[in-house]
Design a binder for this molecule. Sequence first.
Ligand code: ADP
Ligand code: MG
Length: 373
Amino acid sequence: GYHRVLEENRKLYNQVQDLKGNIRVYCRVRPSLGGRSDFKSVVDSIEEGTITINTPAKYGKGCRSFNFNKVFGPSATQAEVFADTRPLIRSVLDGYNVCIFAYGQTGSGKTHTMTGPKDLTETSQGVNYRALSDLFNIAEQRKDTLQYDVSVQMIEIYNEQVRDLLVTEEIRNNSQNGFNVPDASLVHVSSMYDVIDLMNLGHKNRVVGATALNDRSSRSHSCLTVHVQGRDLTSGAVLRGCMHLVDLAGSERVDKSEVAGERLKEAQHINRSLSALGDVISSLSQKNSHVPYRNSKLTQLLQDSLGGQAKTLMFVHISPELNAVGETLSTLKFAERVATVELGAAQVHKDTPDVKELKEQIANLKAALARKE
Ligand code: ADP
Ligand code: MG
């Protein structure tokens, strides 16, 4: 028993070390939804971190392989997918900033991974629910040494407009400020019950914004942000971590000759914000001193959690159908580029009481000096 615990700890430690300072990319393949037994997937094989796609003649007939930190096949469960995400949740409680985002074309399974299917059960819960549940469990385990405070925000970015998804009459007057969306409600949560209530409210608000003809969920980015503060009960030091859980808009290229009006505007906004994300990532990988975070609302929002000081995980989703293979290949190429990004070591956010004391001492000495003069 003891050795197994040690072994588990070491494994976890290695995983955490491993996560330091680069962008992890996990690929997930959606199962075929038709339920046909003769279904032929474009995925030729999956081996640990390598996925091989059978490309049809149009894309140069043959096989093309892509390497990621991990590839989850169509039969991977929500629990299996989350298991490899766990060290990041621990990091948030240790004072790191974390960003987990889901990328892929519409229908490839982003919302399934982050939230779960429409008829949600405990086993089908996605990363968002599991992450918060883990967060509360770890906080509980640490309660003799650290006192944690957790609050959440939920927003949607549609056509470069940020919409607060947690607005109700009661909390509209909440005076606390958020991180990068200062106006979005920041709601304190102390249990999974609170979280589930808020997620339901967020989903309801999201649907209200959509019309019957226009389910815009695939054309907006949605983001659940979790702010964590942990006070060390002996030293008084405060750890601050923040986690963004992002379900991105569909990455498919919209044929501009086929859409007009609202749809064209939406498509342009999505293209622009996803390219801005790509630009930030490639600028980080080239270690440029200027990273163009301000080019889109999305990158502005993620600024503190996307960069050398943070830990980033991208879930890249693909569909197994032949008619989607063009998008699948461009998704995998984008993801491959992201996977090569190396960043500096992530940093903990910690205010120690010593600093506060030293500042006071300096102020006192200055005052004493001033009196002498
Ligand atoms: P996206 O958010 O990328 O547009 P969804 O998550 O809505 O895609 O997935 C499209 C459909 O496929 C949904 O009905 C969803 O429940 C289903 N689906 C996606 N991924 C899986 C999976 N891994 N297992 C079972 N069903 C899935
Ligand atoms: Mg979706």
